[in-house]
Design a protein around this ligand. Sequence first.
Ligand code: PGA
Length: 266
Amino acid sequence: MRKFVIGGNWKMQIVKVDEAVSVAKEIATALEEIDMNGVDVFVAPSYHALFAVGQAIKGTKLKLAGQNMYFRDQGAFTGEISADSLLDCGCEYVLLGHSERRRIFGEDNAYINQKVKKALEKGLKPVLCIGETAKEKADGQTEAVNQKQLEESLADVSPEQMKNIVIAYEPVWAINNKFLNPDTEIKTATPNEADSIHKFIRKWLIDTFGNEIGNTIPIQYGGSMKDSNCEGLLSIKDIDGGLIGGASLSAAKFKPIIEAATKLYQ
Ligand code: PGA
């Protein structure tokens, strides 16, 4: 039985510690009323708020994630954060290879692969983000791009280690980000589009890591998921949760998505 994972990716949207703590507390309080039923929920605040949010949600059902991580343990690496620092703040998950990291900050698959391996070695669960751009989609490259990202970002990761990985499929054209999509209209994937690529990813996971492991790896959908479209997406067989940006920034917007996931989880 695979888990559902619902993640709130706060990006650089909440810039004050107090605000991050208060939103996290509201979400944790909302979770108290929900039977989680095999669903993990995390939020990923900016680094500066990680420790305070970690303290505030200790002992609640809400989990903590880093938005990124460097692959070295410690040292003279200005502006970076280590796996041990994320663990020290109470993180269980870490986002790796988010499209904003890939497309705005130039991270490539080989670099992301080093981070995935370090996170696993340290006991953090990587949420490996993949996804094609609008142009790649228009060129008929959707499957090829996602397969390459999977192959190269997961190089040298064993089937056993895959038990601790979550894949987040986020078509870049669906991410609510004008910097990523300057010339295209941002649209959520239709359930049919999402179904087809999630099936493709599932097949790749099964072919690469075997039937048993391949079937237990959660594949999140990400890109403009919200209250109004989450049920259609989360009821698809190979969609096992969501990575949510804008609609995770308040308990009022995030709770309905979490409720839908707990209801649909079976
Ligand atoms: P969005 O972001 O839900 O605001 O589109 C999703 C993401 O980038 O993880």
